[in-house]
Design a protein around this ligand. Structure first.
Ligand SMILES: [Fe+2]
Ligand SMILES: [Fe+2]
Length: 193
């Protein structure tokens, strides 16, 4: 349903389990960045009323996810720490050419967001099914559902604002590109690492 071309190697969960503190800190920033993305879409495209409405709701939801992750960090006696580098999102950005019309730029940002939601959702599902910590397994099961909805929303907006056929072609190409990036990942205790 997520369209991803390459599933994450389940052994990634074993790496994560050895360093729960690290995955939670990285994850907290993923939620914060999701909220920041929603805010920057509002600022960049204020004339898209439906988008502004949905992004406003999304900011709240992603920040509530941030709080939940932060609560888990605090409860376990840890401190948030600095943002971790996300090589995955940096590599993904290289897919999109610079320039183009404002609408093209919007479509690219929506597809980019849709893919990050899809991969995060896939990673959360793996965690929910395989992590031995029961509390975190349940937590990730709930988040997985939210992120799946966000994936659908972003892809829907891309199709609505862009040319449907072109958007679908671009999405396919992006999925192929992402699978290549993923081949070298799945080895670190970060959400996309
Ligand atoms: Fe989230
Ligand atoms: Fe999300």
């Amino acid at each position: 349903m997520l369209g991803l071309k390459l599933p994450t190697d389940p052994r990634w969960v074993n790496i994560v389990e050895k360093n729960i503190e690290e995955i939670l800190i990285d994850h907290a920033y993923c939620e914060q960045k999701a909220a920041s993305t929603a805010i920057s879409l509002i600022i960049g495209f204020p004339e898209r009323t439906e988008l502004v409405q949905e992004m406003t709701a999304l900011v709240k939801e992603e920040m509530s996810h941030f709080k939940m992750v932060h609560d888990h960090i605090v409860k376990r006696g840890w401190v948030l720490g600095r943002e971790r580098k996300d090589e995955y999102v940096l590599e993904l950005l290289k897919f999109f050419p610079k320039g183009g019309s404002k609408t093209t730029h919007l479509v690219h940002r929506l597809l980019y967001a849709a893919l990050i939601e899809a991969r995060s959702c896939e990673r959360f599902r793996l965690l929910s099914e395989n992590i031995s910590d029961k509390e975190l397994a349940e937590f990730y099961r709930k988040l997985m559902v939210s992120e799946a909805n966000h994936y659908t929303m972003f892809l829907g907006f891309a199709r609505k604002y862009g040319n449907r056929e072109e958007v679908d072609k671009k999405w396919e190409a992006l999925l192929e590109y992402e699978a290549k990036i993923m081949k070298d990942l799945g080895k670190k205790e970060t959400i996309h690492g």
